[in-house]
Design a protein around this ligand. Sequence first.
Ligand code: NDP
Length: 323
Amino acid sequence: MSNHLVEFSKYGPSSVLQFVKREIPKVSGNKLLVKNAYAGLNYIDTYCRSGVYPVPLPFVSGKEGSGIVTDVGPECNKFKVGDRVVYLTMSGGYAQYNLVSPVLATKIPEGISLKLAAASLLQGLTVLTLVEEAYPVRSGDYVIVHAAAGGVGLLLCQILNRRGVHVIATASTPEKRRLALHNGAEFACSYDEVPEFSRQLTNGKGVHASFDSVGKDTLEISINAIRNGGTFVSYGNASGKIESIPLSMITSKCIKVVRPTLFGYLDSEETFDRYTSKLWEEILKNKLNIAIHHTWKLEEAKEAHDKFQSRATTGKLLLSCNE
Ligand code: NDP
């Protein structure tokens, strides 16, 4: 039995992704072996592949997966063979089999499929930590959601809407903006229009917060749109990394800057379990819409990355791992 997976040995464009055959890893200690059904794609996978975020090489892509437990280490008592699980990981999602730590893994509740679990975990938890930890939103706030038709963006619009927040969505095309409006955004405009539009909607004050995953291209746009005392939540770099923010840029408006990461917030099993419970409730009880754009086969990871980076996708992208 072998383990097909997607790895890269040098940084670069999508062509560095190699579909290769390896041994199935052996369990030990507290680890569990998962036969993956699906791996979620996340924009961070492109940062790791291109070297924006350095990783140890060779590196197996993929920060989340869902599947069936096929073996457990002698110290693992949280899971048993046959359990349906979904997990976050530092690497290894793009594989038929992955050795997983139990700390950021959980059993999938009834009513949630393996596909839905892989499509919702990383981006859903990101959104919940953004609105509860990075900038704890209040009903009546005006906030900007950049790249609002993306995987994180569509979930963020819905969760903010449910919390009584006025969402001003940005996206690159009218179709994407329409999708954001169908998913909880109250207003939508292009990136360039958003500072002026935000002031018009708020009696000249500006927004309480900007949730910005675009990075370099929208730094000034976000700062211009935020009100005095507001918060700049910089949580991604789709257009390139922000190397530094001069204090002079945020001083006159007393703007708070936060640079959150999901893995930074999920610093214990208890925190992970608390947020996953909230996510399942949002999906099962509150009918959070998880929009899956497309599912590629594992060996098609290169095509999936190309599509992702061409800005032609909306919602969640998946790989099926054991077809
Ligand atoms: P998306 O589905 O949102 O895809 C990225 C989107 O960014 C594109 O569709 C595009 O939307 C927009 N974009 C703007 N400028 C560019 C550009 N120059 N090149 C490419 N895309 C651009 O991806 P995800 O939902 O996976 O992730 C969204 C963001 O959230 C990413 O930046 C990611 O790194 C970040 N993230 C951060 C986490 C954290 O812990 N800090 C956790 C999870 C995600 P449009 O065409 O509308 O402009």
